[in-house]
Design a protein around this ligand. Structure first.
Ligand SMILES: Nc1ncnc2c1ncn2[C@@H]1O[C@H](COP(=O)(O)OP(=O)(O)OP(=O)(O)O)[C@@H](O)[C@H]1O
Ligand SMILES: [Mg+2]
Length: 278
């Protein structure tokens, strides 16, 4: 793996003020990402994960601190950084093909060229034949395939994914995770996935950034040493899962009383809670 630094999140602070209410979302969040790394960001509900991704994408600005992409401060949506949303965020009035073409259209790519790129991507994500369908005619998994194709259409260097697999059924999610991993392996792209799902993070990431409760700070960087392809039932995988769970638990126990551990276990999708408490 090339270890050139591609993204630097440097002391990012975010405060929101809305209708007289003040929220401190991010507190001095610092981490660096290398080209072609697969990063997962994990943290408690409402801690500021989506806020952080939006700032990386240039869709929002930090109160202080900065995000640098290839050494330059990100101040607005960057052409080489694209995003996949949990809620798909497709345009309901546009067909599948028109949705995938969107980013290319806004960049002034000629019609014939953007059509060619969009058709290739729809084939890649297994949606050949659905070009003229509208989002409402698609299942959740198919909508997310469109979301992924749309993000890839602009040939980004960084793909940001905000809980991209959590609004679809588990079977489809597993298929999509594998497809995203294949894509990542075949290209030089860097992926940053925000997730609640600890098993998903271990399955996909080279490195897992663990955030604290709000205001989010980086509590831990967990390097995943497991060889790929990874197997969820492998004993080494289970050992890492337990280790990561304990890191999260020690963070969450500061703020969440012990009888709420079951909720934490559900939140982070730990299947066998008993074994974690032994
Ligand atoms: N545009 C906004 N205006 C005001 N407050 C906001 C805004 N966006 C987010 N917040 C607040 O910032 C905090 C962090 O929100 P954010 O959506 O980033 O958390 P999250 O970790 O992604 O949550 P979840 O786990 O539910 O997806 C929350 O308290 C939220 O209400
Ligand atoms: Mg979120």
């Amino acid at each position: 793996m090339t270890l050139s630094k591609c993204l630097e999140v440097e002391k990012v602070v975010k405060h929101y003020s809305h209708n007289g209410k003040h929220v401190h979302a991010l507190d001095q969040v610092t981490f660096h990402v290398h080209k072609k790394e697969f990063i997962c960001i994990i943290g408690p509900s409402g801690c500021g994960k989506s806020t952080l991704l939006k700032i990386i994408a240039g869709l929002d600005r930090p109160t202080s601190g900065e995000v640098r992409f290839q050494g330059e401060t990100v101040k607005e949506p960057h052409p080489k950084i694209s995003m996949v949303f949990q809620s798909f965020a497709l345009f309901p009035w546009r067909t599948v093909l028109q949705n995938v073409e969107f980013g290319l259209e806004t960049r002034g790519v000629p019609k014939a060229e953007r059509r060619k790129i969009a058709l290739e991507l729809l084939e890649l994500v297994g949606l050949k034949g659905y070009e003229n369908a509208y989002p409402k005619e698609l299942s959740g998994g198919m909508k997310q395939r469109v979301g992924i194709a749309r993000a890839l259409a602009v040939d980004p260097e960084i793909v940001l994914m905000d809980e991209a697999f959590s609004a679809i059924d588990e079977f489809t999610a597993q298929v999509l995770r594998n497809e995203v991993l294949e894509l990542w392996e075949e290209t030089e792209k860097t992926f940053i996935l925000v997730t609640h799902n600890l098993t998903e993070a271990l399955e996909m990431a080279d490195r897992i950034i663990v955030l604290s409760t709000r205001p989010a700070k980086v509590k831990h960087e967990y390097h995943v040493s497991l060889k790929r392809p990874r197997n969820r039932s492998d004993s080494k995988f289970l050992r890492c899962q337990k280790e990561l769970f304990n890191i999260l638990k020690s963070e969450l126990e500061h703020t969440i009383v012990r009888h709420k551990l079951k909720a934490i276990h559900e939140h982070f999708k730990i299947e066998d809670m008993e074994s974690f408490q032994r």
